[in-house]
Design a protein around this ligand. Structure first.
Ligand SMILES: [Zn+2]
Length: 274
């Protein structure tokens, strides 16, 4: 068959290549993502770990990429990764630079969400342990990096990483992205995966956690209702619940956390089209 000149190829064939999910953008800061080329001398069965947590390794056409989530608590400087394989252990390293996230001051009418009672703190600790167990789980996933889209459309009301103060008191930095969306609007799966945890949590309100494989987890919070169950497989864009303002929220919005190798990272770094 005679080869078509490039400009006569059906557009869909050309677009198909472009639509392969982009890898995250490389931002080597706390809360960022390092996209590292795995050196060729490391064997095919190599697995990479940061602080004991397995890092996703994606096989591309030319080379393997390690997609390292960098914890918010990571001090600037050199970060060492373990490379484990049947033929022995090796190490890799990269350098993290500092990032000064802005401050956010929030006024809450419910003082219990600023200074919880001992009972509420005990509840929070149980719930945090439940969520951390999900974040620490590594489920071998697809060899390709998943495509990510926003779980809902609206103005970004709080970016990732803000140093937060509630009624003047410093609290943990904002571990996700807030999107201002009206109550009752569908919240959607940002990428293919499996629902692994749902709950009604003290701070996060009604919450759905989705495992995208390879230690990549999403959490969607403050929902007014949950329309999915643990064990359910979801495709990108599937409705998992409705936006609300349950838990510690000043108004209806969708909070989206992404975790890679148990590090919460800026979800905007993962979007196909920023
Ligand atoms: Zn939030």
């Amino acid at each position: 068959m005679k080869q078509l000149p490039l400009y006569l190829w059906p557009a869909c064939l050309l677009v198909a290549n472009v639509h392969a999910a982009a890898l995250p953008r490389d931002q080597r800061t706390p809360g960022g993502v390092a996209v590292l080329t795995v050196p060729e001398y490391l064997p095919a069965d190599v697995r990479i770990f940061l602080s004991g947590m397995e890092v996703p390794v994606i096989a591309g056409a030319m080379e393997r990429k390690a997609i390292v989530g960098i914890p918010m608590s990571q001090p600037p400087g050199e970060v060492s990764l373990e490379a484990r394989s049947a033929s022995g252990n090796d190490s890799l390293s990269f350098t993290v630079s500092g990032k000064d996230y802005p401050e956010q001051h929030i006024t809450l009418k419910t003082q219990e969400h600023v200074t919880p009672s001992p009972e509420q703190l005990a509840r929070y600790e149980r719930e945090a342990a439940e969520q951390n167990a999900v974040y620490r789980h590594y489920e071998p996933g697809q060899p390709a990096w998943p495509s990510f889209k926003l779980p809902g459309v609206g103005p970004f009301s709080s970016p990732f990483g803000l140093k937060r103060f509630f009624n003047g008191e410093p609290r943990a930095p904002h571990a996700g992205l807030d999107i201002a969306i009206a109550e009752g609007v569908p919240a959607r799966a940002p990428a293919d995966g499996k629902v692994v945890q749902t709950g009604d949590y003290f701070f996060n309100g009604q919450t759905v956690m989705i495992d995208h494989g390879n230690g990549v987890i999403s959490m969607l919070c403050h929902l007014s209702r949950i329309d999915t169950k643990p064990g359910q497989t979801v495709k990108q864009g599937d409705i998992i619940g409705k936006v609300g303002h349950t838990g510690r929220a000043t108004g209806p919005h969708l909070h989206w956390t992404v975790s890679i190798n148990n590090a919460r990272v800026d979800p905007l770094l993962l979007l196909d089209a920023p």
